[in-house]
Design a protein around this ligand. Sequence first.
Ligand code: FES
Ligand code: FES
Length: 173
Amino acid sequence: MRTITINGQPHSIDLPDDAPLLWAVRDHLGLTGTKFGCGMALCGACTMHLDGQPIRSCVTPISAADGKKITTIEGLSADKTGQALQAAWEEFGVPQCGYCQAGQLMSATALLHSNPHPTEADIDGAMSGNICRCGTYTRIRAAIQHVAKSGAAGAKPGAKPGAGKAAAKRSAQ
Ligand code: FES
Ligand code: FES
């Protein structure tokens, strides 16, 4: 039995060290906003934050989460940058089928935390590992640029929850 911290909440979970973090979060904790795509770190659908860094949870063993803080799409509503991005996602009509969008938002949030004023090349570089079969890349880039220009980018977690719930709910479907 181990305890892992997801979105600020400790969870006890009994899985082998090499069990993928994605399985723990989706199948054992019921947080289904994060999606399974390729299972090989190639598509980005399973992106979460591990101590603020975007990781591919399909290939990250649960043992890597010991003592670390995990954030999933369900926790993004507690993050001011995440809130701003989710609002921009709606404003720019980014999602199509929606399957990739949780991962896209997690990568975009990590980008703006580390680089609040990214160039177009910075955005393309940071988002290049997140595949969208619906081809929403142009709107993703525009939404990120919008948030960066708004001044909301780079803010630390801890803002009021709520604004991101709609996107998280859609992603969980
Ligand atoms: S499901 Fe993890 S990168 Fe594709
Ligand atoms: S919105 Fe359909 S895969 Fe990205």
